[in-house]
Design a protein around this ligand. Structure first.
Ligand code: URA
Length: 434
């Protein structure tokens, strides 16, 4: 088999066989296929698209490019949740202990931020002492004994994706449904959960900006999961403005904790209850969505969910006092007010632009090597639909290193559209895909 023929076949719009896709993934992982040939194939896939069959073959080949974790020693149906990412997405920090507090085993492997803001692991590491490094035995023990473990994806899980994602990132081939679906699902399947809830984002801050594409991505991933005997549900949710108010690592941890205390932002709380109810259903803890939601609400109001968070922080080596004392989190020395240049309704807050502004304050990485400032970030004061007076505070910026403060402020203001008309309310949950 020759890579040249595989590239040519895809370039001309034909369907690749399982053997051809395996040849590519294996050869590229081993370094036998050079980047220029891999780039050509990925661009041909981007332009000519892949069939469902090809996407499944690619997912399987990627999944088997490294270790496949066996979680069969964990009792019960292990549920995982994955979000396609966005700005202010601190869902795992709230959702994992919330769902675990209702009895579902949560075995979660998370990644670091790929884009402008930190990932779940970065956010969790702003809790003093908390470690996301653990071996497989410890991971399994924690889930068996405490119903919860969150660890970092090791380099041995889907190594092919690490190489391929890095290549896609620099060749303008990220936003293709088959490539995203196989990248995400290969990692989920290799991580060993029995059931998966996918939070597929839509809107300006998401990979998929259009609703139709988001549903198509959800369907592709759900079909892959179900086809491999992992019960999978996709929920298409809004990412047109940041989720909640906080953007930035420690700031988001604080908001996630407040949500478990029952004081969370309306949109973020609703998202957690929605995704959580499906997780409880898939784990067969709740027999209906309504029952799942009720269990989650009761767990928040009784303080059970917050106790589970304390337990989770403690077993992963962190200081659980953080739950009651936010002074223990990394902080910023400067808090800057950002004021509205005019009076009117906030009709748009471009999520991606807010994320870029937060990155300039140190909350995200510009390059892989960048060190994060865990205390830095932005807390919005107004969300889409709110009315503001001229000079009223739109947001606060939290910053230690002020070198890029002025441009970050300018960038943040450019995310806002203020208009005379009240905007039409966007939905938070667009629908589910099964
Ligand atoms: N997240 C991933 O893990 N992979 C993609 O391709 C896109 C988002």
């Amino acid at each position: 088999m020759r890579m040249y023929d595989i590239i040519k076949k895809k370039r001309d719009g034909y369907e690749l066989t399982k053997e051809e896709i395996n040849f590519f993934v294996e050869g590229y992982s081993k370094g036998e296929i050079p980047d220029y040939q891999a780039s050509a194939l990925v661009m041909a896939i981007f332009l000519k698209k892949m069939t469902k069959k090809e996407t499944v073959y690619l997912t399987e080949a990627m999944m088997h490019s490294g270790d496949v974790i066996d979680l069969s020693k964990i009792e019960g149906i292990k549920v995982d949740k994955h979000s396609t990412g966005g700005v202010g997405d601190k869902t795992t920090i709230t959702l994992a202990p919330l769902v675990a507090s209702c009895g579902a085993p949560v075995a979660k492997m998370s990644g670091r931020g790929l884009g402008h803001t930190g990932g779940t692991l970065d956010k969790l590491e702003s809790i003093p002492g908390l470690s996301i490094e653990m071996d497989q035995d410890k991971f399994i023990d924690n889930v068996n004994n405490h119903k919860i473990a969150v660890c970092g994806q090791t380099a041995s899980i889907v190594p092919a994706d690490k190489k391929l994602y890095a290549l896609r990132d620099v060749t303008a081939t990220v936003d293709n449904i088959s490539l995203i679906a196989s990248s995400i699902m290969s990692k989920k399947l290799a991580s060993g959960a029995d059931a998966i809830v996918l939070d597929v984002k839509t809107g300006s801050g998401a990979f998929m900006k259009e609703l139709e594409d988001s549903f198509a991505l959800a369907k592709e991933m759900v079909d892959i999961g179900n086809g491999m005997n992992r019960e999978t549900i996709g929920v298409v949710t809004d990412m047109d403005q940041p989720l909640g108010f906080a953007v930035g690592n420690a700031l988001e941890v604080k908001e996630a904790i407040e949500t478990l205390k029952g004081n969370g932002p309306k949109d973020f709380t609703e998202l957690c209850l929605n995704l959580g109810a499906y997780m409880l259903m898939l784990a067969k803890i709740a027999s209906s969505y309504e029952e799942g939601r009720k269990m989650l609400e009761e767990s928040i109001s009784s303080g059970k969910a917050l106790d589970k968070l304390r337990e989770f922080i403690e077993i992963q080596g962190g200081n659980k006092d953080v739950v009651d004392n936010y002074d223990l989190l990394p902080k910023a020395t400067n808090v800057i007010e950002v004021k509205s240049p005019r009076k009117g309704y906030v009709s748009k807050i471009e999520a991606e632009t807010v994320g870029l502004s937060a990155m300039m304050l140190g909350a995200g990485r510009e390059t892989k090597e960048d060190k994060l400032d865990l205390g830095a970030g932005i807390v919005l004061n107004k969300k889409v639909g709110d009315f503001v007076e001229e000079g009223e505070i739109l947001a606060h910026m939290y910053v230690n290193d002020t070198t890029k403060l002025e441009s970050a402020k300018e960038r943040l203001l450019s995310a806002y559209t203020i208009s005379d008309e009240k905007p039409v309310e966007r939905k938070l949950i667009y629908g589910i895909v099964t």
